[in-house]
Design a protein around this ligand. Structure first.
Ligand code: ZN
Length: 140
């Protein structure tokens, strides 16, 4: 599927130490009524939780890292799921040696310092619905 979208506005900000990254991003979308857009963030986290979607079992496997890391890149999109804005983001993190890893951003990723940009789009609606071929909630 493909739809043209129009740029509406940009938001730039930072999260205080201790913010859950996914909840923080989702909270801004709810507060500012952003239902379509893109998001990116950099900074550092105190700990992280990210997912890997097992295509055979069709379940997310979550990895927790309970140490301090850099956010090399976190990027994703915003669309509607069950009538609410949902942030779907992936994150690449690095440990103190610069070794990188990451996955599907999950609740439990706690900010040490984080600067983000959210771009809001209009002109189209992207709604997530269950997809039989993947068992994921994808855009229809
Ligand atoms: Zn994902």
């Amino acid at each position: 599927m493909l739809k043209e979208v129009q740029h509406k506005s940009h938001f730039m900000g930072s999260f205080p130490c201790g913010t859950d990254l996914l909840e923080g991003l989702t909270g801004i979308c709810e507060k500012e009524n952003i239902t379509l857009g893109r998001v990116e963030a950099i900074g550092a986290v105190q700990k992280a939780c990210f997912g890997y979607y097992n295509q055979k079992s069709r379940e997310y496997q979550f990895t927790e890292k309970n140490f301090e890391m850099e956010i090399l890149k976190c990027s994703g999109n915003i669309s509607l799921n069950d009538g609410k804005p949902m942030v779907h983001a992936h994150i690449i993190l690095a440990d103190e040696k610069g070794t990188a890893f990451g996955g599907h951003l999950a609740k439990g990723t706690v900010v040490f310092a984080c600067e983000f940009i959210i771009q809001s789009f209009g002109g189209a609606e992207f709604i997530r619905e269950f997809d039989d071929s993947t068992s994921l909630r994808l855009w229809k």
